[in-house]
Design a binder for this molecule. Structure first.
Ligand code: HEM
Length: 519
């Protein structure tokens, strides 16, 4: 019910209702009758009967123990019986599509009064529309699916397809040609890596981690080899249905036997006697979206070395769910291939040229992960700033403690540095060909990925300290901190382990050392 239609009460009137059988409280100007609810209150009865709560203004006490969303639930909305005369509710929760005013909760380009050389007016309009879409369409599905572990709802996938969001998540390129993007807000020619960064960051902001990967993360990494190295026939058949969200694809490289050591993989592909088919045997592990994928972009050992092949789900392909520390909505799978026959035309790139196919894929994949990591860190800062402001210790807000402020300083500095470096690299990507990117950016992107995920891990650890027990509790005030802390190791492993990537970055740099340089 709108505030103006509510019955008005004076604070003196509310104060009279302070007994177990007749119990009212005021929260943010609204009057709640909790006489019947008190017995069901998850926090117990006694806290509600306290002299400072019963019949009193419990706003501060309430917000130091509950998230705003508790008040939004229909079963609790029903407890509202009126409003304090002459007052209006002043506190709000999430407002779909809006920018946050909490410091550091948005990157500087989205913060009032700050400037950026990278983003145009078109990027700004695009960001607004994308945020509104993710807040309205994705957020609640993300919470529900993360909880029940089912794959992202097809209705969300379809709504994204209608805006050509699946195509945009593949970055700029020919696959966008003649598509209407975001209801025509950006043309395929205008669409650049900053538009893609916006999609990835808005998505990371409004979805939980397992869901984030579940919502076609496999396509983001599994489709590029088809797009860039598949035959025309294969592309014409596979790409449209995947970008329409009708069929699902995943990238299957790592195995129980090997991960970063791609040459140590044991899945084999041998040619049939007539040379027309590959016969594939082996297994793959930790494959995102594998449980529901129709297509598998897989790395195999072949006579000439390492070859990437597109396999379609069919006889001999079996997928089993792996339970990881995030939800099964990501569809993480163990996959077995037993004498799977695939036309040789499904080879992606040259036979024996799989390493090149993989390497050219890695840059974009890792950059996407950096976009998401930078954005998730900000969401954690927002949670921490709100919590340390509303939580009182020794009669003062939690942030009055210097040790807490020191943790916040670390979080803010890390998020800002990751975003600034990311935007610089994104700008380079906008001005380089795909080939130039492979040559010049493989090192910097590897270093940035390693740096941003290690920043994320530091921020997760600090946030748990700031939230205390709530930071390890799956419901209530710290639920997003618990989730972040539990799932952050994914960021630091997917797309290359942190240490391996840091080393790759240095080795790439050393390759560019001038021979005549001396101290
Ligand atoms: C309309 C009024 C209220 C409603 C609908 C309500 C609802 C809830 C719900 C749903 C929870 C558990 C969910 C969660 O973890 O967030 C909870 C926990 C709790 N509530 Fe309330 N509550 C109300 C008022 C109050 C008030 C006035 C106090 C007074 C201090 C209070 C104290 C607590 C405590 C101590 C907990 C346990 C918190 C924890 O486990 O960390 N509640 N309440």
């Amino acid at each position: 019910m709108a505030s103006q239609q509510l019955k008005q009460f004076s604070r003196e009137e509310v104060a009279k209702h302070n007994t177990p059988d007749d119990l009212w409280v005021i929260i943010d100007a609204k009057v709640y009758n909790i006489s019947r609810f008190k017995a069901m209150h998850p926090g117990g009865l006694s806290v509600l009967l306290d002299d400072e709560i019963a019949g009193q203004d419990a706003t501060e006490a309430f917000f130091s123990l509950h998230r705003y969303e508790v008040l939004e639930k229909p079963q609790y909305q029903r407890l509202v019986i009126g409003i304090i005369e002459g007052e209006k509710p002043a506190i709000h929760g999430r407002i779909a599509g809006e920018l946050s005013k909490v410091p550091y909760a948005e990157p500087t380009w989205l913060t009032a009064g700050y400037h950026s050389p990278y983003y145009t007016e078109n990027h700004r309009q695009f960001q607004k529309a994308v945020r509104k879409f993710f807040d309205e369409v994705v957020y609640y599905d993300s919470i529900d699916r993360e909880a029940d572990g089912k794959r992202p709802s097809q209705s969300v996938i379809d709504q994204m397809a209608a805006l050509n969001m699946h195509a945009m998540r593949m970055g700029p390129g020919k696959h966008l040609q003649s598509r209407v993007l975001m209801n025509g807000l950006v043309t395929p020619e205008q669409f650049d890596y900053f538009h893609e960064l916006i999609i990835t960051q808005e998505f990371a902001r409004s979805s939980l981690r397992g869901y984030g990967d579940g919502l076609l993360g496999g396509k983001v990494i599994g489709l590029p080899p088809v797009l860039n190295f598949g035959s025309e026939e294969l592309r014409a058949r596979v790409v449209p249905e995947v970008l329409a969200g009708k069929k699902f694809i995943c990238l299957a490289i790592s195995e129980a036997h090997a991960g970063s050591d791609v040459m140590g993989l044991q899945t084999t592909a041998v040619k049939s006697e007539d040379g027309k088919e590959w016969i594939i045997n082996g297994s793959k592990k930790w494959i995102t979206n594998g449980t529901f994928a129709d297509y598998f972009t897989i790395g195999c050992k072949t006579e000439d070395g390492f070859t990437v092949i597109l396999v379609e789900r069919g006889p001999g392909v079996e997928t089993k769910q792996i339970k990881t520390s995030y939800s099964t909505t990501a569809g993480t799978a163990y996959i077995t291939f037993d004498n799977v026959r695939v036309p040789v035309g499904n080879t992606l790139g040259e036979e024996g040229g799989g390493i090149f196919v993989m390497l050219s894929n890695f840059n974009h994949e890792r950059w996407v992960m950096c976009c998401a990591s930078a954005r998730s860190q900000r969401s954690i800062i927002e949670e921490c700033l709100k919590w340390t402001t509303q939580r009182k210790v020794f009669g003062k807000p939690l942030h009055s403690q210097a040790v807490i402020r020191a943790k916040l300083a670390g979080m803010m500095s890390r998020a800002e540095s990751v975003q600034s470096w990311l935007e610089n690299i994104t700008y380079q990507m906008c001005n380089m060909s795909y080939k130039q990117q492979a040559g010049k950016l493989a090192g910097p992107i590897a270093l940035l990925k390693s740096y941003s995920t290690s920043c994320g891990q530091d921020t997760a650890r600090d946030a748990v300290q700031v939230f205390g027990g709530r930071g390890i509790t799956q419901s209530g005030m710290g639920k997003f901190i618990e989730h972040y802390h539990r799932t952050i190791p994914f960021d630091s492993l997917l797309g290359g382990a942190e240490d391996v990537l840091a080393d790759l970055g240095v080795r790439q740099a050393l390759r560019g050392m001038p021979k005549d340089a001396r101290l």
